[in-house]
Design a binder for this molecule. Sequence first.
Ligand code: AHG
Ligand code: MN
Ligand code: MN
Length: 348
Amino acid sequence: MDKTRKLITLNEFIIMRQQEFPYAKGELSRLLTHIGLAAKIVSREVNMAGLADILGATGRINVQGEEVKKLDIFANEKFINAMFGSSEIAGMATEENPEIIADDTEMAKNAKYVLCLDPLDGSSNIDVNVSIGTIFSIYRRVSPRGHKPTEEDFMQEGTKQVAAGYIIYGSSTMLVYTTGHGVNGFTLDPSIGEFCLSHPNIKTPTNGKIYSVNEGNFHSFSNGIKKYIEYCKEQDKESGRPCTSRYIGSFVADFHRNLLKGGIYMYPATKKHPNGKLRLLYEANPMAFIIEQAGGLAVDQNGRRILDIKPTELHQRVPLFIGSRNMVEQVMQFIEQEDRLKPENHYD
Ligand code: AHG
Ligand code: MN
Ligand code: MN
């Protein structure tokens, strides 16, 4: 049999990789396995969303002041249940919960890990059958075991992440994750109900051709960003083509496409929203860990590495520039020249 074509399921892969951690006792492996399980449950619901009564808005507003769709709540609950069910989680912070969540059981209090979660990303796309996702990030707690976790456990720099990943509910469902030893992608085969290794050792192109930004906000961007976007539209001397603009409005989906094809995703600051829109803990940090592992870059609008930022608030936002190394470096040059050296021109 051709060994290169052997089917490897997510669970097999997780166990194989456990050996990369010298003193691993299987806790992280069990945790990742439970994420895969929750992903399958949510994937099933997402696929049924057009049929079931689960579709649509609840009329509630989440802690970020945005409308929450029913499927966000469903995904949030399923992941919370699956994670605490794994017995390996001391607590969770999710985009949908104002405070951290902890369980009172001895098992939870003794657990080693905490998890940050964006249960449903791209929620404005739920109603229209466009790809959405889930983003997760795992840290080793810093508070002593035997007690409930504290906010400090979640306020760690992204460099402290033990694992991070996302699930994209697209034309097929995929789970992509890293534990700091490269990035691997698994596609759900619904006929056998298993995630199968389909994208081993993902590397993102050093240079890309795709730029992804909500250009509806163009007039609110700084001059550096505006000039960079104009530059993306200019014709390339060699190919005679400008860059391609692609924006789905689901960060997971935009990120996933750019990861595989090469590109940059930007959610810059605006005058009104100086921290942009995306959340450091639930969106920027996990994706920054993945992009760096795939050979790309993730920085904020000051060119600061996302993974080095020390969080000060659970739900804090951060302007984000993430993707192919050359493109991220280039937009930073525009910002340096147009915004930092000429602060008076920052916004028109
Ligand atoms: P969420 O659905 O978790 O609130 O995240 C939405 C985010 C992200 O997925 C997407 O890239 C971005 O918001 C889109 O924002 P705009 O509509 O402002 O472009
Ligand atoms: Mn999101
Ligand atoms: Mn969300």
